[in-house]
Design a protein around this ligand. Structure first.
Ligand code: SF4
Length: 397
């Protein structure tokens, strides 16, 4: 396949790998921020090949994993309202809220539909004018512009039945939040290339200067990852805090101006609750006042307290919910997704990994999501004996 095979060239990868190992004067700890990068590192054996000289720790860059339980609970509440359709991306369906997931809610009669794009939700609102359409907007800066455009389209069509349940997150503040933890031992970062495609490299530069940490912006294919790691190691070896754009075929230092303009028009920065991390200062977005009528959380037109989960009056329904809550909550209590998302432990250090928690029977979001670290380890590294459940081997930040 053209444009992909070139970035998976075995000989070039091997050459880079050896050069990286040869240039490490000591063992370095590098966090890759994005879940897609975690999967690449494990799938292509890079994490294992580097392990003696570089410890890769896996960051919180998986949008499904960091969407708060509160946001999922709110989505479920809306989905149970009689004249409301909750519209979301497919990978949100199986993520547990505080009691049940959207998929489980759907089996109980909740109105849930999946789409590929926020603009699909706008089309549904145009077609189903007698229903209230609530789009669950999640994800990093990669998906924020699309939500902004959907809202601008809703304005254009004067839609009064389109609402957004906003849970978008910003990557740079989460990196800063991790760096501020007392037990942080990150030497350098691989920043997420797709986020920088939108945002450019300025936020990384500010972070790098403020915390004296090198950052390599890179992509997801093996050669991209290795070039990024090499750049990060080179900066570390020179004791230099700077940003290297190792993904310049995609990322411009200025980012995507048009996308940023749409984001600025519709949203402003706000604090945001991240699953596993807690409240991250300036870690998300809220709607600007002029678009507040699209906010599902505050729009009075959409609130119907009588249909909330806790208010369901059917006895059978209550029993079904309570049965499911027992199962889900039992596992969720012990899920160590917070430690996994902060890079404090590797997934195998969680006692549920590969036992009661598998991609088929996930107990937490990092095992549900196709970008989650637990799913990556289950798929590519679950048989490795040296990462067995030994608390001594838990990597602390
Ligand atoms: S293995 Fe499962 S229970 Fe453990 S942290 Fe990952 S998602 Fe949570």
């Amino acid at each position: 396949m053209k444009y992909l095979d070139e970035f998976r060239d075995r000989q070039k990868c091997q050459f880079l790998l050896e050069r990286i190992l040869a240039n490490c004067s000591r063992k370095w700890t590098i966090m890759e921020v994005c879940g897609g990068q975690t999967h690449g590192l494990l799938k292509f054996g890079i994490e294992e090949a580097l392990r003696d000289r570089i410890e890769m720790i896996h960051g919180p860059g998986c949008p499904v994993c960091v969407t708060s339980t509160t946001a999922i609970d709110r989505a479920i509440e809306f989905a149970f309202q009689t004249d409301t359709l909750l519209v979301c991306f497919g990978d949100m369906l199986r993520v547990p809220g505080s009691s049940i997931s959207l998929a489980q809610a759907k089996t109980l009669g909740a109105h849930v539909m999946t789409v590929y794009s926020p603009l699909d939700a706008v089309k549904i609102a145009l077609k189903e004018s007698n229903k209230k359409i609530v789009f669950m907007a999640v994800g990093f800066e990669t998906t924020v512009p699309a939500t902004a455009v959907a809202i601008l389209q809703a304005v254009k069509h004067q839609l009064a039945n389109f609402f957004v349940l906003l849970s978008h997150v910003r990557v740079a503040p989460a990196m800063e939040y991790i760096l501020q933890q007392g037990d942080c031992r990150i030497d350098g970062f691989l920043a997420a290339g797709h986020v920088c495609t939108i945002m450019g490299t300025q936020e990384c530069t500010e972070l790098s200067e403020r915390y004296q940490v090198p950052i390599a912006v890179t992509g997801f294919e093996p050669l991209d990852l290795l070039v990024g790691i090499e750049q990060c190691v080179m900066l570390l070896e020179k004791r230099k805090s700077a940003v290297s754009n190792s993904y310049s075929r995609v990322v411009l230092d200025s980012g995507n101006e048009r996308a940023k303009e749409c984001m600025r028009e519709v949203f402003e920065v706000s604090d945001q609750d991240w699953r596993g991390l807690g409240l991250v200062p300036r870690g998300g977005y809220r709607l600007r006042e002029k678009y507040e009528s699209f906010n599902a959380d505050s729009a009075t037109a959409i609130h119907d307290a009588s249909c909330r989960i806790t208010g369901l009056d059917s006895k059978a329904m209550q029993q079904k919910l309570s049965d499911r809550m027992t199962v889900v909550q039992k596992d969720a209590i012990n899920c160590r997704s917070g430690d996994v998302l902060m890079g404090r432990i590797k997934p195998q250090a969680c006692p549920h990994f590969g036992k009661e928690c598998t991609p088929q029977t996930p107990c937490g979001a990092p095992m549900v999501s196709s970008e989650g670290a637990c799913a990556a380890y289950f798929q590519y590294a679950r048989h490795e004996s040296d990462l067995a459940l030994d608390p001594e081997k838990e990597s602390k930040l």
